[in-house]
Write a protein that binds this ligand. Structure first.
Ligand code: BGP
Length: 458
């Protein structure tokens, strides 16, 4: 084979609880998404909510068999905090314990290693009412939840993740308007990001002190490419990288925040409130494993006009985005496709982050109205096969260059509900008819089974 991957390479896919389980199934407390959908359905694409989604809650046995058929040796799920502990803190829901235990056991029985993530955008609503991540007490509630999850499932699960894309609730909820509570307040955004990192560190500290598996974090690393080598463009790309990547990457992997980031925040009076022991906590508890979600890069240039000082401070005060001429776009969803980005990320981790063990924890191609590609009862998603192949070629090149890459997970296994986009963008190896819950393998599922079995492709 032209592209052969290392032995024990992790082939699989990723999911999240809110997006596949169905909030209306089983006993579950409200999270912010249930609340937001119930109070403002018009915000959501086609007014479809998280109530049923792809009903993994009742179909997991079938889905796990299908994962096996699709060549999976690993699969990422998340635990829904508000299913496990419906009030956010306090009583544990035994029905949820039984459900997650059985999901994990079924995965193990099929020789699919469970990668379990604790938080995927789904703050329990009662904790949101206390201020969510703005409130330091919520860190204690998170640590209680993490501890309970480790104790309940830690005998079976050996790969844990504290957060998926922790920058996204910061951006979506406190700067732009695609997550609850959708307010614009840069200072709060920084506090929320900081508290999330403290929660992450406390979970890592507890896990390392009491368990023997590996624990990490999943970050959406978006390379910031400058328009030119002009110093002003380079500076713009650097600031963008500090805010959107290094704000989590550096403390998680190196145990410290970048000095330039601290200076930038200090200049604008944006530094968060900290407590005396935080510095040591951040310094001493590094991750074992880094998940990298990669969809598209950021194209950045120097600001053309100075920001209006009377307007609220935003990341865009420091750089402008631009549409690079000739860039390749996904015609079915509108995001840029730039396969080499995956290589650049991995080389950066090798050169600047101690070559930390890492893997692609999400990469995928969303397609609107994917039914149009049905032929003989199957979605012929050759575009997705090309997309995966293109990225895997660059990942392979990164491995040849010495990068410590352990695996590749597609986003996602089943077509699912996706936050404000609801069911608009389909990403799965399996199509799901949301009325009948019938699952149908796409062409890419069969192709992926083959490359996983061969451990590579030509
Ligand atoms: C990632 C999230 C996933 C998923 C994916 C696709 O950032 O971790 O949860 O939503 O993006 O997003 P979308 O459906 O909006 O295209």
């Amino acid at each position: 084979l032209k592209y052969t991957f290392p032995n024990d390479f992790w082939w699989g896919s990723a999911s999240s609880a809110t997006q596949i389980e169905g909030s209306d199934n089983g006993i579950k407390g409200k999270d912010i998404w249930d609340h937001w959908y119930q109070s403002e359905p018009n915000r959501f694409f086609d007014q479809i909510g998280p109530g049923q989604t792809s009903d993994f809650y009742h179909h997991y046995q079938e889905d796990i068999k299908n994962m096996k058929q699709t060549g999976h040796n690993s699969f990422r799920l998340s635990i829904s905090w508000s299913r496990l502990i419906p009030g956010g803190k306090g009583e544990v829901n035994q029905q949820a314990v039984d459900f997650y235990r059985d999901v994990i056991d079924q995965l193990l029985a099929h020789e699919i290693e469970p990668f379990v993530n604790l938080f995927h955008f789904d703050m329990p609503y009662p904790l949101h009412e206390l201020g969510g991540w703005e409130n330091r007490q919520v860190i204690d509630a998170y640590l209680d939840y993490a501890t309970i999850a480790f104790e309940l499932f830690g005998d079976r699960v050996k790969k844990w993740f504290t957060f998926n894309e922790p920058i996204v609730p910061v951006e979506g909820g406190y700067l732009y308007d695609f997550h609850y509570p959708n307010i614009v307040d840069f200072k709060k955004a920084i506090q929320v990001a900081y508290h999330t990192m403290i929660a992450h560190k406390k979970a890592v500290q507890y896990y390392h002190g009491n368990f023997n598996g590996e624990i990490g974090i999943i970050l959406n690393l978006t390379p910031s490419y400058p328009r030119s080598q002009h110093p002003a463009d380079l500076k713009a790309a650097h600031l963008c990288d500090l805010l959107f990547n290094r704000s989590f990457l550096d403390p998680a992997v190196k145990g410290e925040y970048p000095k330039d980031l601290i200076e930038l925040l200090a200049t604008y009076d944006l530094l968060p409130q900290i407590e005396p022991d935080d510095e040591q906590l951040i310094r001493d508890h590094q991750i074992d494993l880094l998940g990298v979600n990669y969809y598209q890069p950021r194209r950045v240039k120097a600001k053309e006009n100075l920001p209006n000082p009377a307007s609220p401070i935003m990341p865009e005060w420091f750089f402008d985005s631009y549409d690079m001429p000739g860039r390749k776009m996904n015609p079915y969803r509108g995001w840029e496709i730039y396969e080499k980005g995956i290589y650049d990320i991995m080389v950066n981790l090798k050169d600047n982050y101690g070559n930390i063990p890492s893997f692609i924890s999400e990469n995928g191609m969303g397609v609107e109205n994917e039914e149009r590609f049905v032929n003989n009862g199957q979605i012929e998603d050759d575009y997705r096969i090309d997309f995966i192949k293109g990225h895997l070629k660059w990942l392979h090149k990164a491995i040849l260059a010495g990068c410590n890459v352990k695996g590749y997970h597609l986003w996602t296994f089943l077509d699912n509900w996706s936050w404000m986009n609801a069911y608009k963008n389909r990403y799965g190896f399996y199509a799901v008819d949301i009325n009948t819950q019938k699952r149908t393998a796409k062409k890419s599922a069969k192709w992926f089974a083959k490359i996983a079995e061969q451990n590579g492709f030509n």
